[in-house]
Design a protein around this ligand. Structure first.
Ligand code: ADP
Length: 626
């Protein structure tokens, strides 16, 4: 089927309704014209008194008097047409008003005619018909919109899947940078969709469902669309959450409808984004929402089992939480293939940046390589966003090309939020922020396993008063306890600097966002990574997910262990605070120098930090971890 045909029909409908509106407007216009016509007939005759007319007629100065009821039109001798008008008394003749019989002998012609009532008749008709017509139209319009609502109610159970497949929408594998393994896995699907006979000939069972697993923004949707684009088949896209509505049964009926449509358009691809919205493990069975979700999931399973041989519909589904999916979904014959789409590594990030800057006027010297290096952890969508933001920044400055500064500004905006230069801080607050950030930077710089400091600023950004930004020199797949301990100390460095300068009770809420991060990291180390001192090499993972799930799956360890976990977390945090304190105490002069530089310049970069902190000391063995 040619999907472009689908798009044309609403256009036709629109034309039709335009014509209808036009006809309606013309009819109304005509009626109004007639109605007005009946009321006024403008003329340019001069009004004269009847006695004057009679006198002049008796004197032979008038050639013609046209009488219509009581109105007179007077044509003077020598004139072709009437130039004057007058009115006679009702019920009397003009002779009774003094006109003499002899006047006709002097050339006067009297013409008596009946009044022309055609205009009045029309206007009377119009006065009756126009309101009737308007009421009729109003009723018709009301009925039509009520019918429309009825249709909507009926279409409630239909899926909201969007159909792609137009030339304009097409995505190809070449548009997707990196993700080479994922692309290789999917090539096979493309080949199958293109030539199914080849596979069926050797008795191969074609996969029905493929699960794309990866963090948000890594290009899962793009990959699915590229499969459809490469194989040149239609592509139905729907999000898992769209199956679930307030009303029970809607999800299941939407699934039926979607699969029904897809089968009609086979070969084709169905793409279900966020499948975890409906595909979570069943069995907790509490509450209407769950029942509805289970019904929807059951229906998906039924439909996938119901594909007949030769019905080439492939279901691609995306999720970033494959671990929460119902095992029944992952059984052979359903989503039995998994394609992992991971965050891009440095080379892939460069390739993605190249793709997104290809159509943008980028200045030659802009260093995308270093942007790729420092944007570790960014997804494809983040990088696309940076490219777009930098174009916006360039346009804002009325530049025709994108400069290095625009790219840097866009990167920082996306990574840590926009600068809020307008936020007013008192001098005392500025000084406190400078000490706080200098504390982070100093600890981060001195401790060998915390990532290098990239930038320090006391300009508020995003939700914080200032930012100390450290970036790993290269992509890291693993993190050690040593590294995490240094990160914890760096996170606490701000609060500790405040404490050392302003005293125990002088500390502020400035560390409001550092403390939760530190607590989260410490807990992750103990609970999920087996990095505790006593609780080594064990994990204490609790079911996360919906509240109901968590209540149903009780934690798998004793109260005693829970207490040990809390103690271990506490110890990690206090040890990190102690180490941060040692570092700052041994480098108080450097802390003050960094604070002064921040107050003067507001933002300092990695090189300046390095220059200022040259000569800072690592207080061995007080903070030694190796
Ligand atoms: P997901 O479905 O994984 O959340 P999307 O496929 O919706 O991610 O990707 C969002 C956007 O990110 C895409 O429109 C594209 O601009 C960009 N993007 C992501 N990955 C890539 C990639 N590998 N190459 C080029 N662009 C990408």
């Amino acid at each position: 089927m040619d999907p472009s045909k689908l798009k044309k029909s609403p256009k036709k409908g629109k034309n039709k309704s335009n014509v209808r509106t036009l006809v309606f407007a013309v009819v109304i216009g005509l009626f109004l014209l007639f109605a007005l016509n009946g009321f006024s007939q403008p003329d340019e005759l001069t009004e004269v008194s009847l006695s004057d007319v009679v006198e002049r007629a008796n004197n032979g100065e008038i050639s013609k008097i046209e009488i219509t009821e009581n109105d007179l039109k007077i044509t003077k001798i020598g004139d072709e047409e009437a130039t004057e008008k007058s009115i006679k008394e009702a019920g009397s003749t003009i002779y009774e008003q003094g006109l003499k019989e002899e006047a006709t002998d002097k050339g006067l012609v009297l013409k008596v005619s009946k009044p022309d009532t055609s205009g009045q008749v029309l206007s009377a008709w119009a006065q009756v018909l126009v309101p009737m017509f308007l009421i009729g139209f109003f009723l018709f319009w009301m009925m039509r919109s009520a019918q429309g609502q009825g249709n909507q109610a009926l279409s409630f159970g239909r899926s909201k899947a969007r159909l792609y497949g137009n030339e304009k929408d097409k995505v190809a594998f070449k548009d997707i940078a990196g993700s080479n393994e994922a692309k290789e896995d999917l090539e096979e699907v493309v080949d199958f969709l293109k030539s199914p006979k080849k596979y069926e000939g050797v008795g191969a069972r074609i996969p029905k469902g493929i699960l794309l697993v990866g963090p948000p923004g890594t290009g899962k949707t793009m990959l699915a669309r590229a499969v459809a684009g490469e194989a040149n088949v239609p592509f139905f896209s729907i999000s898992g959450s769209e199956f679930v509505e307030m009303f029970v049964g809607v999800g299941a009926s939407r699934v039926r409808d979607l699969f029904g449509k897809a089968k009609k358009n086979a070969p084709c691809i169905i793409f279900v984004d966020e499948i975890d919205a409906v595909g979570r493990r069943r069995g907790s069975g509490m509450g209407g929402g769950h029942d509805e979700r289970e019904q929807t999931l059951n229906q998906i399973l039924v439909e996938m089992d119901g594909f007949e041989q030769g019905q080439n519909v492939i279901v691609l589904a995306a999720t970033n939480r494959a671990d929460v999916l119902d095992p029944a979904l992952l059984r052979p014959g359903r989503f039995d293939r998994r394609v992992n789409v991971s965050l891009p590594d440095r080379n892939d990030r460069k390739a993605i940046l190249d793709v997104h800057y290809k159509k943008k006027p980028l200045e030659k010297h802009v260093d995308l390589e270093s942007l790729a290096a420092k944007s570790a952890g960014s997804s494809g969508a983040d990088l696309a966003n940076i490219a777009n933001e930098s174009a916006i920044v360039a346009a804002k400055h009325n530049r025709k090309t994108i400069t290095q500064d625009d790219v840097t500004e866009a990167f920082e905006k996306v990574a840590i939020g926009p600068e809020r230069k307008s936020k007013i801080m008192s001098d005392a607050e500025k000084e406190l922020t400078a000490y706080h950030e200098a504390g982070h930077a100093l600890v981060g710089h001195v401790l060998p396993d915390s990532d290098p400091i990239h930038k320090v600023t006391i300009i508020p950004r995003g939700g914080t008063g200032g930012v100390t930004w450290s970036i790993p020199p290269e992509d890291k797949s693993y993190h050690s306890i040593i590294e995490y301990n240094d990160v914890l100390a760096r996170l606490l460095g701000g609060r500790i600097a405040e404490e050392l300068i302003y005293g125990m009770n002088g500390v502020t809420t400035g560390a409001g966002s550092d403390l939760p991060k530190a607590a989260e990291l410490a807990r992750e180390m103990i609970v999920n990574q087996g990095m505790g001192k006593k609780l080594r090499n064990q994990v204490f993972h609790t079911e996360d997910g919906m509240v109901m799930d968590r209540m149903m799956h009780e934690r798998q360890y004793s109260e005693q262990t829970a207490k040990m976990i809390d103690d271990e977390v506490e110890e990690l945090i206090s040890e990190a605070a102690r180490r941060a304190k040692e570092v700052i105490k041994h480098n108080m002069k450097k802390l003050t120098e960094l604070k002064d530089a921040l107050l003067e310049k507001e933002t300092i970069d990695s090189k300046e930090v390095e220059t200022i902190l040259k000569g800072s000391v690592l207080p061995k063995p007080a903070v030694q971890t190796r």
